[in-house]
Every structure is written in C-alpha cells, then in structure tokens.
Design a protein around this ligand. Structure first.
Ligand SMILES: Nc1nc2c(ncn2[C@@H]2O[C@H](COP(=O)(O)OP(=O)(O)OP(=O)(O)O)[C@@H](O)[C@H]2O)c(=O)[nH]1
Length: 385
C-alpha cells in the first residue's frame, strides 16, 4: 500500500486535531445566540441506559466506544452546538424524565425543525421502550408535524443477523400498528445501530441528510463528478464527525463506506504525527485543554487544499480531497482512471467551486433572513415608542 499527501499551501500535512468545546461559530451562519437557537435540532430520547449519551459522545466528541462503559447517567438535558457545513444542535434528553411532564416546555423542545431520534436497547426487553416511543411520537407529532422520526434499534453488535432482522421487523410492525390506531400518518425510519462499528455513523448520515435542503443538488454534483471522472463511488464527508452528507447514486455498501471513512482516520493520524513542529508548540496549551475536554473535535483548518491518495494492492485507489474547512470528498476509483490525473483534478476543482456556490446561496439567504428579523424587531420597538 502506498500513501501520498500534498497541499498547495506548502504544508505537507495540513489535517490536524484541535480542541473546540463549542465547536465555535463559523463564517457560514451568523453567530448571535438568538439565531443559533433556530439551528436544526436532533433530539435524542430513549429509556435509561439505552445508549443515548454513548452515541452522542462517540459521534460528536470522538470518545472511543469502549470508554462509554464508564459514562454516568445523564441527570439533565445536555445540549451540544455542532458547527459544521450546517450548524445544528444535539439535545440528549435524560432517560428517567418524561418530556411531556408539565415542568418541560414542550413547544421549546419539539417546536423546532429537526429530528427526534429514539434509541431502543435491542439487547434488553424492549416492550417498555416501545410503549414510550409510541407515546412520544404521538404527542410530538401533534406539536410539530414537520419533525422527522428516527428509531435507532441500538446495541445490535451482540445480536445474530437473523435476530437483528426479526427485532427490526417486530419493532417496525408494532410501531406502525400503534400509529395507525392513533390515525397518524407518520413514517418513522428504523436503523440498526451500534457504537462498536460504522453503523452509528451511517445512521446519523441518513438522519442529517434528511435535514439538508441542498441534498439533491449535492447528489447531482457527485453524480456528474463520478460520471465524468471514472469514479466508482464518492462520499462527501463532514470530517469532524465522519458523517457523510451526500453520496452519488451508486448504492452504498457498508464495506465501501467503512474503507472511505477509515481513510479519514488514517490521514488524521498520520498528519497528527507529522504536524509541523511550530504547530506542536502552539498547541501545547491546547493539548492540556484536550485532556480535560470531552468535546475535542478534529478540524481541517486550511483543509481546502488537502489531498491524499492510498493505492491498495488490488489496484483500487482511494482519493481524499479537502473541499472546505469542514468537508472532504473521499472517492474510490480504479488505478487506470486515477492515471488521468489532469482530468480528475480539473473536474474536482469544478466540483469544489459548485459546492462553494451552493453554500454561498445558503449563507446569503440566512443573512437576508437575519436582516429581515432585525428590521422587524426595530420596527416593533419604534411602534412601541
Ligand atoms: N454493546 C453495546 N453497548 C452499548 C452501546 N451503546 C452504549 N452501550 C452501553 O450502554 C450503557 C449505557 O449507555 P449510556 O450512553 O450511559 O446510556 P444513556 O441512554 O445515556 O443512559 P441515561 O443517561 O441513564 O439516560 C453503557 O455501558 C454503554 O457502554 C452499543 O452500541 N453496544
């Protein structure tokens, strides 16, 4: 296997880790609090010990899966602001609380655009969890019919393939029966997940994709890129979380996804080792912070110029290209197609430019919305005077 890296700004390795407790504001969205509260929201709910905090820590905080054994039970609502190509919030709701208790403001919890992820421990008797799921869905739908409902049938790592499918079928059937009894036309999605493999990242990818209005445009761009460059499969990854936000139309098979996702880890690890010495010096303080923080994340500063290729012994080439601070394209292609390097590079630059334009349109519409809000507030206060 051969590995090569390049970066046009002179850094040989420009991917590196950084600590970022709140994941920080971005240039892409205005960062005043009133505005951030309207980020799309992922609500994670489920019974106690079903695995909610483990999922949040593994996906968004890079906690190794086996360290979740030592997590304490969540006592109060925990919120993460995730800053990436789109900003969103993740709310971890304590398992012992019922969200429709009068102490909670249900409008605040369920009123925002986003998804409700309900986690069911598939290793346990899930009767009680199902009853809770149905109750929450029925109530939440009446508050916000736009909410997407996602059911994670979790901890499936210890289950046989047959048992997994039986469990999924059973949970699906019972849920659809409960919804039809309540005369609601909700279409929840069901995902088999575990923090011990890539399934949890794949499930989150699907959840997030549903919340991205630009998804069809991104998919079309990826389709064109693959068709014109001889690429067999391409994923557009959010590098921090390893969630893929879009892929081309070729079916996703787990092995391809895993190898592309692992490539990001390999490049991160190698670039961490070979990070320039002066960056090490700057980051000594940061390293101490990283040890204390559970919320360290991997950032691709200056990553728009990052490129890496890995050639496997079977002739397949994995290519990674940084698209912007948050996104990287990882694709699989045959060695003979990778040989047409100029064509590939040209097409990739066109792709990158198109992505920048897609997000620029979004930034401008967000900016316009913000100006409109400010104008309305100003008008209201003038009217009061
Ligand atoms: N085998 C297996 N165990 C898991 C998985 N995910 C989480 N766990 C374990 O499940 C236990 C409970 O996980 P938590 O994340 O604390 O559960 P929680 O739902 O946040 O619990 P509360 O905070 O009490 O609501 C921990 O021991 C985790 O290691 C998984 O995918 N597979």
């Amino acid at each position: 296997m051969s590995v090569s890296y390049s970066s046009s700004d002179g850094d040989e390795f420009s991917l590196h880790t950084a600590t970022n407790v709140d994941h920080g504001p971005t240039d892409e969205l205005p960062d005043d609090d009133s505005f951030q509260d309207h980020r799309p929201r992922l609500l994670i709910m489920g019974l106690r010990r079903s695995g909610k905090s483990s999922i949040r820590r593994v996906v968004f905080h890079k906690l190794p899966a086996n360290e979740t054994l030592y997590l304490r039970s969540t006592q109060r609502l925990e919120k993460d602001n995730i800053t990436s190509f789109v900003n969103f919030q993740v709310w971890d709701f304590p398992g012992q609380e019922f969200p429709f208790n009068p102490v909670f403001d249900v409008q605040e919890i369920f009123g925002e655009y986003g998804a409700l992820i309900f986690v069911i421990d598939a290793q346990d008797d899930y009767g009680e969890a199902l009853a809770r799921l149905h109750e929450i869905m029925i109530h939440a739908y009446r508050i916000n019919s736009e909410l997407a409902f996602e059911v994670f049938i979790h901890k499936v790592d210890a289950l046989s393939d047959d048992y997994k499918l039986d469990t999924q079928r059973n949970i699906h059937q019972r849920t659809m029966d409960a919804l039809s009894d309540a005369e609601l036309e909700i279409e929840p999605r069901f995902h088999l997940t575990s923090i011990y493999d890539h399934s949890i990242f794949e499930a989150f990818s699907k959840v997030i994709q549903k919340l991205i209005p630009q998804l069809p445009t991104l998919e079309n761009l990826l389709n064109s890129l693959c068709a014109t460059s001889g690429i067999d499969k391409a994923f557009l990854f959010d590098v921090n979380s390893k969630i893929y936000i879009a892929t081309d139309r070729a079916p996703v098979d787990m092995q391809t996804y895993e190898i592309c996702s692992d490539m990001i880890d390999v490049i991160m690890d190698v670039s961490e080792i070979y990070r320039p010495v002066n960056e090490d010096a700057q980051n000594i303080g940061g390293a101490a912070g990283a040890a204390e923080s559970t919320n360290s994340s991997v950032m691709m500063d200056r990553a728009d110029d990052t490129a890496a290729t890995i050639q496997l012994t079977n002739g397949v080439v994995l290519a990674l290209k940084g698209v912007n601070r948050f996104l990287a394209l990882v694709c699989i292609l045959r060695a003979e197609n990778y040989g047409k390097h100029g064509l590939l590079e040209y097409n990739f630059q066109c792709f990158k430019q198109a992505i920048a334009e897609v997000f620029e349109v979004k930034r401008m519409s967000t900016e316009r919305l913000k100006q409109e809000n400010l104008r309305m507030v100003a008008e209201a206060s003038t009217a009061q005077v």
